[in-house]
Write a protein that binds this ligand. Structure first.
Ligand SMILES: Cc1cnc(Nc2ccc(CC#N)cc2)nc1Nc1cc(C2CC2)[nH]n1
Length: 325
């Protein structure tokens, strides 16, 4: 088990840490690419190949000190969260940790498809079926976290990784660098996160809760379906204002072929009062995601079954008609 400190950070005992941290140089065991794959807030991530096995990973280099402040508590928290998430495929797996004088290096599962953001670059968006499939996986990952009282606080397309390039069949959450564990009675307030995805309570410095992630999920669905951010503006201040006022609009030409269940899903999450937002489990039950009605029968039907003709459907009493959607 892991203990939490007063500020929402998980802790590891000396033994737990010693069990995962290697003190020798990572370069003794891995070939690390010079060009980084990308940068988190305070980290550099490079492709790394294990010399003996040839297996590829993503090595995340995190400075132990930042602006002359010790960051070990925050780094240990990220390691502990990743260790708690080792039983779900919806979160990037932690493999090993290396420690040098100045850095901690998290050796993480490589998602070769890169960031979901990459698909959205150039103003692209996903088709509704793709967006639904992506959102279902993201909700599965977030429900795993929320069941453990972990709030991610930085859900955005850059932190959603694809196992396979341009393919939304296997999406993984990453970057728990600013996540928190919410304990009853522990007030966590953080003015962080990425502007476009941050919830109103973060801007007004009110306590953060699991529903802070639900707001970001609403923004994510809006972006995947339209390619636009709902509150984006030319400058940060205006974006903050749009978020605080929850100035939400659905431009007809950005949403013309988006279904009303999808619009309703977005509207239900983008509610100013965090207590009025659905939980992640309620979102998993939302008609857009759970697709309450049965899908069209997979063709071809068995020879014995004939597809009912329109005439026979109209003769079938309403109560006995199968609904297709
Ligand atoms: C092919 C690829 C391309 N670009 C990034 N960008 C990136 C960099 C840092 C963070 C922020 C973090 N953490 C998020 C995305 N990650 C990739 N694969 C990863 C990246 C990783 C682990 C998460 C680093 N596994 N596979």
């Amino acid at each position: 088990g892991f203990s939490t400190s007063r500020d929402g950070l998980l802790q590891l005992s000396e033994e737990q840490l010693a069990a995962v941290v290697h003190k020798e140089p990572i370069l003794d065991h891995y070939g690390v690419d010079k060009t980084p794959l990308g940068r988190g807030k305070y980290a550099t991530v490079c492709r790394a190949v294990h010399k003996e096995t040839g297996v590829e990973y993503a090595a995340k280099f995190v400075k132990k000190r930042r602006r002359n402040q010790d960051q070990m508590k925050e780094i240990i928290h990220e390691i502990a969260v990743l260790m708690q998430c080792s039983s779900t495929n919806r979160v990037i797996r932690l493999h090993e940790v290396y420690e040098s004088a100045t850095e901690m290096v998290l050796v993480l599962e490589l998602a070769a498809g890169g960031e979901l953001q990459h698909i959205l670059d150039g103003g692209q968006c996903l088709g509704e079926a793709e967006a639904r499939k992506a959102m279902k996986q993201i909700l599965d990952g977030v429900s795993f976290l929320h069941e453990r009282n972990i709030v991610h606080l930085d859900l955005k397309p850059q932190n959603l990784l694809l196992s396979i390039e341009d393919n939304c069949d296997d999406i993984k959450l990453c970057d728990f660098g600013i996540s928190k564990v919410l304990e009853p009675g522990v007030k966590v307030r953080e003015i962080i996160g990425t502007v476009d995805y941050v919830a109103p309570e973060v801007l007004s410095y009110d306590p953060i809760c699991l529903s802070t992630d639900i707001w970001s999920i609403g923004v994510l669905a809006y972006v995947l379906l339209s390619g636009y951010t709902p509150f984006g503006a030319d400058d940060k201040q205006q974006t903050f204002l749009n978020i605080s006022k929850c100035a939400l609009s659905f431009e007809p030409d950005h949403f013309e072929d988006v279904s009303s269940p999808a619009i309703d899903f977005i509207k239900s999450a983008l509610v100013t009062d965090p207590r009025k937002r659905p939980t992640v489990h309620e979102l998993l039950e939302h008609p857009w995601i759970s697709l309450k009605c049965p899908l069209l029968p997979a063709l071809p039907l068995k020879p014995s079954e004939s597809v009912p003709s329109i005439k026979s459907i109209s003769e079938t009493p309403k109560s006995q008609r199968k609904t297709f959607c």
